[in-house]
Design a protein around this ligand. Structure first.
Ligand SMILES: NC(=O)c1ccc[n+]([C@@H]2O[C@H](COP(=O)([O-])OP(=O)(O)OC[C@H]3O[C@@H](n4cnc5c(N)ncnc54)[C@H](OP(=O)(O)O)[C@@H]3O)[C@@H](O)[C@H]2O)c1
Length: 423
């Protein structure tokens, strides 16, 4: 078996004009696996070849920021509450500067846009750091998503949503613009055509789908082609909890045939397939609730993953992420701490044996989000529309609250205090 080795380049240390330490990495000087005898997980080009204009990820892993929203509502929805600015910066800079991770996934629906804002702030900081250090960095690749809510019906609504996302991210064009879900009453073709129009105008560099099954992928690819575009990727739940599902296997086959890269969300089952799972934590995991499974149902699979983790000296999360990569998909893991970020990149630069991948395939469960009946999808579109309304209300209330705090004695008090302070 191959030797595990972290691909991280040595950070390039530099000092800014105030003498503070800055660091950045020259990630494009990738060590050649074959020459050194060390296995380096190969780069992945989303939706085809780099010559065909596909986006290449030098480190084939993505970081999800669904849990990076910063509203009051996120504090209620996220297990463990909201992440601090410090925690997000630490995670982002570790992954970017030390491990050369490029792909970050967000959505207008995550934190009602506040996840996009956080990424925008972090990228602005990175640009500043890179300028100060004089470094030549691989740029981050940002995927964001259009949420087809019930209040939206026209191509202009997609145009406005993309413009707002780009503004929050501080980008001229998003690298990948996903259609978050195909549940809207308007046909998928309508939204693909609208997204293709935006890509043709240069507001998005590549197009992606999300939660689309085999038949929807085919329809979307045909529609994109009619507008001179291609579909680069399909972001779906792809993990060992659902690989036994025929709908997922069919979608995988169609994506392969049409050159659509699978971006695998919930690759560690939102924590169901990691070592520190307890009954208490299990009860808070949404995918388990949605699928109506018990802890006992996942135990045989967990044991198989644990056995391989011990054999390779890896964590269970690393085994799951590596399994995803072995299937040609790009894992998209939602990191909430520095330790999790470091652990997740340890899924790169080694490989499960073919026979081990097959054993895991055979042990996989068959939960699937792709074979849901129509009425459940209908309920979902209502749910996401209400959620977005709640986010709007939450953000508006927070703005009013902070303005009135500012006008109140608190602001006057701090102003009075700062008057006597030497700057
Ligand atoms: N397109 C869609 O419809 C869709 C749907 C869902 C997700 N996504 C995207 O996919 C991303 C990831 O999916 P997800 O968050 O649902 O599931 P996930 O990545 O399978 O699980 C994330 C959770 O696992 C734990 N964790 C992360 N790294 C770990 C590690 N190395 N070791 C142990 N535990 C670890 C953390 O939870 P604790 O800290 O609580 O343990 C984290 O919140 C999201 O952030 C989002 O960008 C997209």
């Amino acid at each position: 078996m191959t030797t595990p080795a972290l691909h991280a380049e040595l950070p390039l240390e530099a000092r800014d004009n105030r003498g503070n330490r800055r660091h950045a990495a020259l990630w494009h000087r990738k060590p050649s696996g074959s020459a050194s005898g060390v296995f380096a997980t190969p780069a992945v080009t989303l939706g085809g070849s780099p010559e065909g204009g596909g986006i290449t990820l030098s480190r084939p892993i993505g970081i999800g920021t669904m849990q990076w929203g910063r509203t009051w509502l996120d504090g209620k929805l996220n297990r463990g509450g909201n992440l601090s600015e410090h925690a997000c910066r630490e995670i982002y800079q570790e992954l970017r500067y030390k491990h050369g991770v490029q792909f970050f996934d967000t959505a207008e629906g995550y934190g009602g846009g506040t996840s996009e804002e956080r990424l925008g702030d972090l990228m602005a900081q990175e640009r500043q750091d890179a300028t100060d250090a004089g470094a030549n960095l691989h740029p981050p690749i940002i995927g964001t998503k259009f949420l087809p809510q019930l209040a939206r019906w026209t191509k202009w609504s997609l145009h406005r949503a993309l413009a707002a996302s780009n503004a929050r991210l501080g980008l001229q064009a998003s690298d990948i613009y996903f259609i978050h879900t195909p549940v809207h009453p308007m046909p998928l073709e309508h939204w693909v055509a609208a997204a293709a129009r935006e890509a043709n105008k240069g507001h998005a560099k590549a197009l992606g789908l999300s939660n689309c099954n085999a038949e929807q992928v085919k329809r979307a690819c045909a529609e994109a082609k009619r507008h001179g575009q291609t579909i680069a990727c399909n972001q779906i739940m792809f993990n060992l909890l659902c690989y036994g599902s025929p709908a997922l296997r069919e979608t995988e086959a169609v994506c392969r045939e049409l050159g659509v890269t699978i971006i695998a969300y919930s690759p560690i089952g939102q924590g169901l397939l990691t070592r520190d799972l307890t009954q208490e934590k299990f009860d808070t995991i949404r995918v388990a609730k949605m699928a109506g499974i018990s802890l006992a149902d996942v135990q045989p699979l967990r044991q198989e993953v644990q056995r391989l983790a011990e054999r390779h000296g890896k964590s269970m999360a690393q085994v799951c992420l590596n399994w995803t990569i072995c299937h040609g998909a790009v894992p998209l893991v939602g990191c909430r701490s520095l330790a999790q970020a470091r652990d997740s990149v340890g899924a790169l630069d080694w490989r499960l044996e073919e026979e081990e991948v097959e054993r895991l395939d055979a042990a996989a469960l068959s939960m699937s989000t792709l074979a849901k009946p129509k009425w459940r999808r209908g309920l979902f579109v209502v749910f996401i529309s209400l959620l977005m309304l709640s986010y709007k209300a939450s953000r508006a209330l927070e703005a009013v609250f902070s303005r009135s705090l500012w006008r109140s004695g608190w602001a006057k008090g701090s102003a009075a205090k700062s008057k006597g302070r030497v700057p």
